[in-house]
Design a binder for this molecule. Structure first.
Ligand SMILES: Cc1cc2nc3c(=O)[nH]c(=O)nc-3n(C[C@H](O)[C@H](O)[C@H](O)COP(=O)(O)OP(=O)(O)OC[C@H]3O[C@@H](n4cnc5c(N)ncnc54)[C@H](O)[C@@H]3O)c2cc1C
Length: 413
């Protein structure tokens, strides 16, 4: 039986940040990773993917981007290399190719079974990722087998798709990027638009995330919002990180020839029924964006921050008028459906009574009701940016301190 104080499950940014913080506090630990370091980025990314957060936001405890292109956006190979350098600089004790198969209570601590041996530890940190599995609507089950359906983690490039048109479902960051790339490759793309958070890439001469960082929006804690569950389910930012810093929104896609339709309600074979909600959805996103830009204007006025004049932003909702209430995939020659409909999590190996009816881990700021069990990297876990590279470090510090203090309490008792 192998023994340590803390086991961290997963060697993505959350697991590595956690390891760094525990090392700084002198807490013995291991990081168990089923694949290679940063496996998610290695195996679940499309070829052209770049971070949507600028390089200066690639900051983790004790380590940050130090290249010459602070305002640029990292490609996936660059990001993996960054995480590899981080692990080396932290001397992170990562055991790769080690899959956690079960976690259960053993005395005051835990018994963790892996494909490469059994461990015991007094605490466990689950860092297996917020974007663990694709969340695909039940309607997908009605789709005719002759239509290929895939999820973004299996998409690499347009050439891998069967000939013909493509229906992309979901207009958040992933959906708009895939719709754009596939349309540019010469296919006809139809985009089923659901709830989304529209933002321009830059505003008044600065990257939009720079302004949100200045406003303190990204670092807002759970107490700053009225309904944390609603905030946790906000759609991701409709942003793309491109060398030319261009924006990608529904107007850009519409100009490129992408057809905008409403949310997918149901599918029967090749018949897709659509909600009559694009105008309402896009109007809500336009309104929300205008509100955020107004807050930036107020911030500039209050602080005298240097800024260019405001750019006009056109509403996108007029583009969505007259959308159909159904699509016949055969008539439209659509042979592929891509479900860019978000993510879910599953913890079949977690044999502890901490899961909600929806299979989520019950926690308060990452601390679960099972003494010694923690979770890290969830959306808006402690702060709005908890699942971002730039935000996970804050939460990792809090949990590392909690682990150290609980060890001190055990030593005193
Ligand atoms: C398409 C996309 C783009 C994104 N772009 C950005 C961005 O630009 N900027 C930003 O800040 N954030 C971005 N994010 C959000 C976030 O940074 C990523 O989701 C990131 O991968 C989260 O890191 P993590 O360490 O929490 O989880 P993950 O990277 O998912 O790491 C979890 C690790 O746990 C391992 N694991 C899982 N189960 C087990 C098991 N049973 N045993 C052992 N190991 C296990 C996995 O192999 C994986 O390596 C993006 C997310 C997606 C999906």
């Amino acid at each position: 039986m192998l023994q340590t104080t803390t086991i961290i499950i997963g060697a993505g940014q959350a697991g590595l940040a956690m390891s760094r913080c525990l090392s700084e506090l002198g807490v013995e630990h291991v990081v168990l990773e089923r694949g290679k370091l940063a496996q998610r980025w290695r195996s679940h990314s499309w070829d052209s993917l770049r971070l949507l957060t600028p390089n200066w936001m690639t900051r983790l405890p004790g380590f940050q981007y130090d290249g010459h292109d602070r305002d640029g956006f990292m490609s996936v190979p660059e990001l993996i290399a960054f995480f590899e350098r981080y692990a080396v600089s932290s001397v992170a004790p990562v055991l790769t190719d080690t899959t956690v198969q079960s976690v259960e209570r053993s005395g005051n601590g835990f018994r963790v079974v892996t494909n490469r041996g059994v461990w015991t530890a007094s605490s466990v940190v689950v860092a297996t990722g917020y974007c663990d599995l694709p969340a695909v609507p039940a309607a997908s089950r009605g789709l005719a087998p002759s239509v290929r359906q895939i999820v973004p983690s299996d998409y690499r490039r347009p050439e891998q798709l069967p000939a013909g048109g493509v229906l992309v479902v979901g207009a958040s960051s992933t959906g708009v990027q895939l719709a754009d790339e596939i349309q540019r490759s010469g296919r006809q793309v139809t985009l089923a638009v659901g709830r989304h958070t529209r933002l321009p890439r830059s505003y008044r001469g600065r990257d939009i995330l720079w302004w949100l960082d200045q406003l303190g929006v990204l670092g807002q804690g759970v107490d700053a919002v009225q309904n944390i569950e609603r905030s946790r389910h906000q759609p991701s930012l409709q942003l793309v990180g491109r060398p030319d810093h261009s924006s990608l929104d529904l107007a850009v896609l519409h100009d490129r020839g992408v057809r905008l339709v409403g949310r997918v309600r149901d599918i029967d074979g090749r018949r897709v029924s659509l909600a009559d909600d694009v105008v309402a959805t896009t109007a809500a996103a336009d309104f929300k964006m205008a509100e955020i830009l107004m807050r930036i204007d107020q911030f500039i006025a209050a602080t005298g921050a240097a800024a260019a004049s405001p750019e006009p932003f056109n509403p996108t909702w007029p583009l969505a008028a007259d959308t159909p209430d159904s699509l016949d995939l055969k008539d439209e020659r659509i042979n592929t459906v891509i479900w860019a409909t978000g993510y879910r999590r599953a913890y079949p190996w977690l044999r502890l009574p901490v899961l909600t009816a929806h299979g989520e881990i019950t926690h308060k700021g990452g601390i679960t009701p099972e003494v010694g069990l923690y979770v890290l990297g969830l959306n808006f876990q402690r702060r709005r940016n908890s699942s971002f590279i730039d935000g996970v470090g804050h939460d990792a510090w809090v949990i590392a301190q909690e682990i150290e203090q609980s060890m001190a309490r055990v030593r005193v008792a």
